[in-house]
Design a protein around this ligand. Structure first.
Ligand code: ATP
Ligand code: F1X
Length: 316
């Protein structure tokens, strides 16, 4: 466990309305088995896992004033230090329709419009947090009101101060973020294809794109691929992690759990094998439940034992 806190930034958080139903039939009345409404968003999910791993966490970003209660309660319950900026209006609700087969349909709303005042205040907050923290995890889509290079801009601010930045985003935001050379990025295969601007159907083609990311001075590229696990690339080498087989309850937050596990391992100077084992097990745990977090340390140990790691032949 590191002695200094880690910061997670969520610019576009959400209340996740997870609905579990046998089968989704579009255009019909669907009867659900159960539902839950949770404070979420990518960086908040990352924070949940990091707290469960024992890290001190400062959370920041922009939340809506009108429905802040669930977020405030979560921060208190999980002892996260709250540096959020509150904007007029309500944080979006994202609907996650989770079928018995394991298929998940996401309906994500656009979110708040972030004002220039909040954006400026947020940057001041991040600079203030540079005095406390060395690692910053920036996750998720960008809300309206922010330029597509918002993550790139923040990453530059942080890197100039010697901070390590992990970024998990997609589309144009990922494009701009890559130019700021963060320490780690975690695209999934589809996001890598969007970045490359073409389909990448083979491992060789994916590795060509990864090479050009590493040549832009990104230190680690973690390429996630759902139930096939992940491949981790850096100038020092490459590894593949194959996840354990689990019953899929909801895949929402699996990527965030992976990001949390990778960040934890890097922050604590774990070996690559230990980092990947932990991250892959934590992600599998997320898949096996609704919501993220380490709900059973014993189960996490069992999952870790079922992760398989192997080195890949790869050079830059
Ligand atoms: N069915 C599964 N069984 C076990 N592990 C899984 C499964 N699906 C995903 N994972 C784990 O979660 C990781 C992240 O999943 P994925 O590649 O879907 O990320 P993502 O697209 O960022 O996810 P999301 O945005 O939905 O959180 C995978 O690398 C894998 O380790
Ligand atoms: O709009 P973004 O930021 O891309 O995604 C938001 C989101 O789908 O990501 C999390 C799962 O990763 C959910 O908690 C949340 O609803």
């Amino acid at each position: 466990m590191s002695s200094r806190p880690v910061v997670t930034l969520t610019l576009n958080p959400a209340l996740d309305l997870t609905v579990q139903l046998p089968e989704l039939i579009a255009g019909e009345v669907n009867l659900a088995d159960r539902g839950s409404l949770r404070a979420a968003g990518k960086g908040i999910n990352v924070a949940m896992v990091l707290r469960d791993l024992g890290e001190q966490v400062c959370v920041t970003g922009v939340l809506g004033q009108d429905n802040r209660e669930k977020f405030d309660a979560l921060f208190v319950e999980h002892q996260m230090v709250n540096y959020y900026q509150y904007e007029q209006g309500a944080t979006r609700i994202n609907v996650k329709l989770s079928e018995t087969s394991g298929r998940v349909t996401d309906v994500n709303l656009p979110g708040l419009v972030v004002s220039e005042t909040s954006w400026q205040q947020l940057q001041r907050t991040l600079l203030q947090l540079c005095e406390k923290a060395d690692w910053f995890v920036l996750s998720g889509s960008l809300p309206k009101g922010l330029a597509t290079d918002a993550y790139g801009h923040i990453c530059n601010l942080l890197r100039e101060r010697g901070k390590k930045v992990v970024i998990d985003t997609s589309g144009k935001a990922l494009h701009a973020a890559v130019e700021a050379a963060p320490e780690v990025i975690k695209p999934n295969v589809q996001e890598l294809e969007q970045w490359a601007g073409k389909p990448l159907p083979t491992q060789a083609l994916q590795e060509e794109a990864v090479r050009s990311l590493l040549n832009r001075q990104i230190r680690h590229v973690v390429l996630s691929d759902g139930e096939n696990g992940l491949r981790w690339y850096s100038r020092e080498g490459a590894w593949q992690a194959l996840p354990p087989k689990v019953d899929v309850v909801s895949t929402v937050g699996a990527g965030d759990s992976l990001v949390a596990g990778i960040s934890y391992g890097l922050m604590n100077n774990f070996s690559v094998a230990d980092t990947l084992t932990l991250a892959t097990a934590v992600a599998a745990m997320a898949v096996n439940q609704v919501g993220v977090g380490i709900t059973s340390p014993l189960r996490l140990d069992q999952l870790k034992q079922q992760v398989s790691i192997k080195p890949l032949s790869f050079s830059c």
